[in-house]
Design a protein around this ligand. Structure first.
Ligand code: GDP
Length: 187
């Protein structure tokens, strides 16, 4: 494990508000369902310490985009009760790749979270979301609920696992910089 970083930075991308970004981060950090914590405190990131395969790491998950930021992996958040959030997803992922100047986006560790699976009237089925993720470089897809805690830790930890599995994670870090906006707009 020599050479592996002990601090990993990730960002959480989403299509607009209301998909549960704040409650998900709060669930992961405090194991409570609280929609207000990150909104009301203005906190931009959370830190979570964890042990994975004998290695102690801190994962820092940023609740932001569009700032200069170094990131090693990215969580993409959509809500299964909002079909528009997954339809718009292609645009905002492309925009992220553009801002990050990624050389090999197909091998960058994206993890997709379909949140609010506790809601019975879903608009995006698990099969649709999985098929969509398979089409895009086989990104891992997790169905989560910030409300009842389903899969929240597993989803966040998959990003860590993927980064630690790479030969030299330090060299995979990419930076987001302000650039002129491409034609499509998002986030
Ligand atoms: P954000 O803008 O993406 O941070 O999302 P909000 O915090 O504004 O959440 C939007 C709404 O979705 C709120 O009413 C939350 O209570 C609700 N919500 C968030 N996550 C879940 C979830 O996993 N299940 C359910 N049923 N509601 C959720």
């Amino acid at each position: 494990m020599a050479g592996k970083p002990s601090l990993l930075k990730a960002i959480l991308l989403r299509d607009g508000g209301g998909v549960g970004r704040s409650p998900l981060m709060n669930r992961y950090e405090t194991d409570k369902f609280d929609t207000q914590l990150f909104h009301s405190t203005g906190v931009a990131f959370l830190n979570n310490d964890l042990e994975m395969d004998g290695l102690f790491v801190t994962v820092q998950i940023w609740d932001t985009s569009g700032q200069d930021l170094r990131t090693q992996f990215t969580y993409c958040l959509l809500s299964v009760d909002d079909s528009q959030s997954s339809k718009n997803f292609t645009n905002w992922k492309e925009e992220f790749i553009y801002y990050a100047d990624m050389k090999e986006p197909e091998s960058f560790p994206f993890v997709i979270l379909g949140n609010k699976i506790d809601i019975s009237e879903r608009q995006v089925s698990a099969g649709e979301a999985q098929a969509w993720c398979r089409d895009y470089s086989d990104y891992p897809y997790f169905e989560t609920s910030a409300k009842d805690a389903t899969n929240v830790a597993a989803a966040f930890e998959e990003g860590v696992r993927r980064v630690l599995a790479t030969e030299d994670s330090q060299s995979d870090t990419i930076s987001l910089h302000r650039k002129p906006k491409p034609s499509s707009s998002c986030c």
